[in-house]
Design a protein around this ligand. Sequence first.
Ligand SMILES: Cc1ncc(COP(=O)(O)O)c(C=O)c1O
Length: 408
Amino acid sequence: MSSSQSPVLSPRDPRELHLPGGYGRGTFYVGERSPRLVRGSGFRVVDEGGRELIDLNNNFTVLVHGHAHPHVTEAAVAAARDGACFGMPTAAELDHAEELVARVPWVEQVRYANSGTEAVMLAVRIARASTARNRIVMLSPAYHGTADPVLPAPGAVRGVPEGTLADVVTVAPGDVDAVHAAFDAFGDDIAAVLLDLAPALGGCVPLDEAFVRAVDDLARAHGAFVIVDEIISFRHAIAGYAHDGYGLAPDLLVVGKVIGGGFPIGAVLGTEKSMRLLDPALPDGLQHGGTFTANPVSMQAGKVALEFYDHGAVERLNGLGRFARHRLDEVARSFGWHVRGVGSVFRIAPAENDSAERRRALWWAAYDHGVLLSASGVVCLSTPMDERVIEDVADRLQAGFETMEDRS
Ligand SMILES: Cc1ncc(COP(=O)(O)O)c(C=O)c1O
């Protein structure tokens, strides 16, 4: 890999006009134009111009084993060969659920979805139906997907009905007084508290333990559900971050990303009691479907990905994460940026005057030097990486920051 090339953009493809703004997914956005990728293997991806990059994006933390892991790929291909999806259950959902239940000691049942967003929606609906209440308390900033009830960030709410927003109470991470105030004001109508224990938008920094404990206690005292969104943080610990990091047994745990081996997935985990309303035999149960839910490709690839992400792999990746956070922070700091995070997930951002423009400038500078970031600055490691790869990333980021300074 050469260490510095100028950004390679393929000639503009007239078919880009078929996509709003030229993009098939809003979160791909890195500017008016973007390079396109053609393949990935391990920790590397290749773009249309033939440039190889070290992938720290990993499809926004999905690819814990990097790209095209041979056993995960084999499982997906074998599943597709036997029929990619059916309108009936397969043993693949039993196998996958068995793996998840075995990992998280307090969990008894799993219900699948096709994305983290869908799983969050389902968890919120379970809480609302179980408590016969409407309001949700959640942190801001925090990202829980793109469903209306969890989109309370300023600027993100166009098109969301006022009534939906009125049912969401947001509090700042760590603000115990605000949580008390929410329960004082609406305690008998709060269905659930929704927490991400290391919100990416909050800088991937773990929530204060005393705050989490206070929120958990208040929710329980008022009969509200505690829902923990582990769509990113599940990779931090074998039994999930709520259990291993905070000793919590929430009513519902929402997972996704790493549990699907690179294929669409989301899941709600809970006890038999908290998941009771999902029993389709119940006359007053919740309607839940999804044409592709629990499809054998996601189930089988996901199960193999989880098997390879065992205790040893989790510990090794977290150790590499500590090394990377320290090493990359050393580089970033001399340019007024910093690296913060937990486990194998971290955010590279300006220490002051953070802005989307500045992060995008780094995205392009890093790309120019063969490192793929995400425009939000939230990145992660994958199991094929080692310390040499991190040293290589550190050198490339150093060169990227220097290029940025030259350009400004
Ligand atoms: C914490 C968290 N919750 C929910 C979601 C939504 O998941 P998905 O993109 O699979 O819908 C994400 C996605 O990044 C996430 O990070």
